[in-house]
Write a protein that binds this ligand. Structure first.
Ligand SMILES: Cc1ncc(COP(=O)(O)O)c(C=O)c1O
Length: 391
């Protein structure tokens, strides 16, 4: 049997590998604590579930949806953007539903990149910023996110000829995997850079709703000029505990949204109407829910940061996202530390380099497990380090 070579150009999806490893260990009776995957452990808000039940009971929702999305959904997104972010998007022409942020990232690459184009992708970064452009036949220029730059890309460091060939720039703040928030002025610099080089900015806003200590992550679309050069992908997955539901929106530049719809009408048949209507409940009645979730993650963040500091692993507390980006102890690289905690502590963490070469020296820990499991994970990591040190 013959397979397309493009599949060999991307590694097997990181989390698929991790899931397999966890399954094998669990099948052997080992109590594995997985901090490897950012999948919220708590349920979707009751009102959203109730609305889904009601909508599924209405036969009108059972037919093919349209790729444009229901006007109720588009208006709910536009209303949320206006009230939450102070960003204006036209529900008619500047918003449409996508089947999760992952679909949005992968397909925007297919809609906007050609073979020979350059895609600027953050390193470390969410893996589809690599696979999307690869499947589109584009070349990728990684933008290192370095700690000394607040994990923001340095556009000035990019050679002029590379910038000239670039068609798409992916940004993602609050950031996965580093937990960093957008430094002041970054979005303005991105707009200028995009204008200068005539490229599209795709801002991945998957984590804007999970933030702590009074910080309110902005939308890229609230930046002056952003809609001329960009779109944003806004997902309900993390803020409303809806990862299994597969619902997000793409919003911003009307021409890009239209091209995206053109692509999608040839690929899929849109999103289940009942799901769009349940999402309306999330974006209207349940707007406060992500704040409650943020409080849960803030508590877990503090607990984990304290436990890590107590065992000699200091980490900066993130101001957003359910992730801790931890520098591995001296004497280890990311892979060795990941292996140590997996084998000696049965704790799964994600090695930094699986998000890109600049992730070396770090691991990502996800706070999407109950508090007592986090405490247990910290204790187990401590004893595995003690055993390793021969104490
Ligand atoms: C940066 C980033 N973007 C997008 C996604 C995808 O989210 P979903 O497809 O569930 O909306 C994730 C999920 O972990 C993510 O970390």
């Amino acid at each position: 049997m013959k397979f397309a070579r493009r599949l060999d150009q991307v590694p097997p999806y990181l989390f698929a590998e991790l899931e397999r490893k966890i399954e094998t260990m669990r099948a052997d009776g080992i109590d594995v604590i997985s901090l490897g995957i950012g999948d919220p452990d708590l349920p979707t808000p009751d009102a959203v579930i109730e609305e889904m039940r009601r909508q599924v009971g209405r036969p009108e929702t059972h037919q093919y949806p349209s790729n444009r999305g229901l006007s109720a959904f588009r208006e709910a997104v536009a209303g949320f953007y206006a009230d939450r972010f102070g960003a204006e998007v036209d529900a008619e022409t500047e918003v449409m539903p996508v089947l999760g942020g992952k679909e949005g990232v992968a397909h925007i690459a297919l809609a906007c990149l050609e073979p020979g184009d350059v895609c600027l992708s953050p390193d470390p970064g969410y893996p589809p910023y690599t696979s999307g452009p690869v499947f589109a036949g584009a070349d990728i220029q990684y933008l290192p996110l370095l700690e000394e730059n607040g994990f923001a890309p340095d556009f000035g460091a990019l050679p002029d000829e590379t910038a000239a060939r670039a068609s798409v720039l992916f940004l993602n703040y609050p950031n996965n995997p580093t937990g960093a928030v957008a430094p002041d002025g970054l979005f303005d610099r991105a707009v200028s850079f995009a204008r200068q080089h005539d490229l599209l900015v795709v801002h991945d806003a998957s984590y804007t709703e999970l933030a702590f200590d009074g910080y309110d992550p902005p939308s890229f679309l609230a930046t002056p000029g952003a809609k001329e050069v960009g779109v944003e992908i806004f997902s309900l997955s993390k803020g409303w505990n809806m990862t299994g539901w597969r619902i997000a929106a793409i919003a911003g530049n009307a021409e890009v949204v239209e091209r995206y719809r053109h692509l999608k009408t040839n690929l899929d048949s849109g999103m289940f109407d009942a799901l769009q209507l349940a999402a309306v409940t999330a974006l209207t009645e349940e707007r406060g829910f992500p704040r409650q979730m943020s409080e849960v993650y803030r508590r877990r963040r503090d607990l984990m940061i304290e436990a890590l500091a107590a065992i000699g692993l200091p980490a900066a507390p993130p101001r957003a996202t359910p992730y801790i980006w931890l520098r591995v102890p001296d004497g280890y690289d990311a892979a060795a530390f990941t292996q140590l905690v997996l084998e000696q502590a049965a704790v799964v963490v994600s090695p930094g380099p699986s998000f890109g070469a600049s992730g070396e020296g770090f691991v990502r820990m996800s706070l999407t497990v109950p508090d007592e499991r986090l405490e247990d994970a910290a204790r187990r990591i401590e004893s595995s380090l003690r055993v390793e040190a021969g104490a």
